[in-house]
Design a protein around this ligand. Structure first.
Ligand SMILES: Nc1ncnc2c1ncn2[C@@H]1O[C@H](COP(=O)(O)OP(=O)(O)O)[C@@H](O)[C@H]1O
Ligand SMILES: [Mg+2]
Length: 260
């Protein structure tokens, strides 16, 4: 991890248009080095679009992005550069090949090879085992590095993907709706993984349209409504109930206080 910076990422006056659709407007936000942000907003608010810009999936239509306090050149920013600069994202299902065994899955696209150019199976297995134990806390429960990904529960899969992102030295891990379709018990697991992200000194942007599962673990909430940031609140000054009420106002179509 690189340590000499203040913000994992900062966006200045970012906009995104898809044809005539203005998906994002006037986006100004920053994520601190060891900050856990809960990014909230209704369906269609622009949450996924925002993180796709952060992770180099596509460029903004306007604005500036700073990674670890350094301004990046947007025209050659992409997913690979995002990885290189410590930004990782965990996609819902696609990130984990179902039929693969776990240790192979850890190293997709980033194989460790020996001097002869062959994949170093022993080393990869050992690293995978260590990630499972140290970072994710898998113990026993019949799952080993040789188990198939399909044997894991949804929450465990999130854990593996998060562990992988941490192993590859990400400073900022972005989770887009990681608890969709998970049971309550599984949601707890994902929350526990996010606690680990914080303990390890990293930052996280946790996207959700459900505040219940992000409230506990976030330091700050950023609320998106129809492409604009309409709130940024520190958690220590906010009750869950207050946040809930605030979000409901937007869900009911409030616009600058003029509508009912
Ligand atoms: N690739 C795209 N092409 C056209 N419109 C898009 C595209 N991606 C998102 N949008 C539009 O941008 C808006 C925000 O979408 P999205 O970022 O997916 O919201 P959220 O993740 O908050 O549900 C929506 O109106 C959506 O239809
Ligand atoms: Mg989305």
């Amino acid at each position: 991890m690189v340590m000499d910076y203040t913000h994992a990422i900062r966006m200045v006056d970012v906009e995104k248009n898809f044809g005539n659709v203005r998906a994002l407007k006037d986006i100004n936000l920053e994520v601190g080095r060891n900050e856990i942000i809960g990014l909230l907003g209704d369906n269609g608010a622009g949450k996924s679009t925002l993180i796709k810009i952060m992770t180099g999936v596509f460029p903004p239509s306007a604005g500036e992005i700073y990674i670890r306090d350094r301004k990046i050149t947007l025209k050659d920013y992409n997913v690979k550069k995002a990885h290189k600069w410590g930004i990782e994202t965990v996609y819902q299902d696609k990130s984990l090949g179902e039929k693969q065994v776990l240790w192979r899955n850890f190293f997709v696209g980033r194989q460790i090879t020996n001097v002869l150019g062959f994949i170093d199976v022993r080393k990869e297995k050992e690293i995978a085992r260590r990630i499972m134990m140290d970072m994710i806390g898998f113990r026993g429960v019949g799952i080993t590095v040789d188990s198939r990904v399909s044997k894991l529960s949804g929450g465990e899969r999130q854990g593996i993907a998060i562990g992988r992102a941490m192993h590859f030295d990400a400073d900022l891990i972005i989770l887009d709706e990681p608890t969709v379709a998970l049971s309550l018990k599984e949601v707890r697991k994902v929350i526990a993984f996010v606690h680990k992200i914080r303990q390890s000194g990293r930052a996280c942007v946790y996207i959700s349209h459900n505040i219940g599962d992000v409230y506990e673990v976030a330091d700050r909430f950023i609320i998106l409504d129809r492409g604009e940031i309409v709130g940024s609140m520190q958690k220590d000054r906010l009750l869950l109930k207050e946040l809930d009420e605030y979000l409901l106002e937007y869900a009911h179509g409030k616009t600058d206080g003029k509508d009912v």
